[in-house]
Design a protein around this ligand. Sequence first.
Ligand SMILES: Cc1cc2nc3c(=O)[nH]c(=O)nc-3n(C[C@H](O)[C@H](O)[C@H](O)COP(=O)(O)OP(=O)(O)OC[C@H]3O[C@@H](n4cnc5c(N)ncnc54)[C@H](O)[C@@H]3O)c2cc1C
Length: 347
Amino acid sequence: MRKTKVDYIIIGQGLAGSWLAREMIERDLTIAVINNDKSETSSKKAAGIYNPITGRKMIKTWRADQLFPSLERDYASLEKLTSSKFLHPLPIYRPFKSIEDQNDWEGKFTDASYESFVEEMKVKSLGLKNIQDDLGGIIINQSGYIDLPVMLQSVQNFLISKGVYHSEVFDHRRMTLGPNSVIYKDFEAEKVIFCEGSMPDNPYWELPFKPVRGEIIDIACDLESTYIINQGVFMIPKEGRFTVGSTYDHNNLSYVPQASGIKSLENRLKKLFLGQYRIIGQRAGVRPATHDRKPYIGLHHKYKTLGIFNGFGTKGVSLTPYFAKHFVDVLQGKSEIEEEVNVQRVN
Ligand SMILES: Cc1cc2nc3c(=O)[nH]c(=O)nc-3n(C[C@H](O)[C@H](O)[C@H](O)COP(=O)(O)OP(=O)(O)OC[C@H]3O[C@@H](n4cnc5c(N)ncnc54)[C@H](O)[C@@H]3O)c2cc1C
């Protein structure tokens, strides 16, 4: 039987597969996307925040200067392409923990390299009801969140309208690898690119993933905020409720929310927010994190017709648009793969 020829088969349509598909279509490459459309995926459980200044030490996140200038533009253009709305730019308010923290920020606030990411420094409370911020805090910009379930569904509808989406589990055993192409069922592709997210059951890659489970809760409370508030936990304002997260657990990689995780989240929430609240939803997911916290991107060391675009860990929202462009540049021979993200660093 004649095969349908495509340039690439993409396995998985989470954040990674969605951005890769969009970039390939943009460049007139032919694709087939094969996705197991289950609810337990990292992208469907994530909070969706993009934030250029992160971590306990509140420093610029890895590659912030490269990633953030085009980030909102990329999501806005994906919204336009899919006739949908999922980009929610919002400043992040991060209260100071101590006088030392405040002093530290006096220095960083005047540091030119932080200028584009820090909008304002407050040395008094913002006055948000029941929020603990006696010492003020910093207001971060180029930040916000992506409503990921809406984005994923919109991209899926777009791929369906193009006739390239296939809802099924990819069976690795049914793939035949040739020197210049791969046969899979009715398809013949130049390459197959795996975007399978956490815990991939893939016999071709043995990579030192370090997956991390996280819990998130939704709460109803008497608070109004036009900021994402972030100290110990984040609180994302969403139409009368707040999404609060999240936890980090390398041991129990279950998609079932754990009582211990919810408790730890609530303990931290109570230090930031002193008001009453009611939990109206909870969920857990597993982040596809890696041994060195950098993604795994590139071609297989032995089978040049296989590639991977995975390992986006805690920062899939901000990393995938930029690295999808980079990877397609590499696949088209326009660029060399950046060593820091090259999957072959682990061989
Ligand atoms: C609790 C939590 C909070 C998070 N918060 C944030 C946040 O605020 N900001 C941020 O940037 N990131 C956040 N993340 C991380 C973010 O979710 C990930 O970086 C990102 O979603 C990874 O996307 P992915 O496409 O690689 O994987 P996934 O979203 O898991 O997608 C993989 C897809 O591949 C499919 N698949 C797998 N195997 C097969 C197969 N054999 N055949 C067919 N299909 C297959 C799966 O069904 C799935 O649809 C969070 C994650 C969690 C769990």
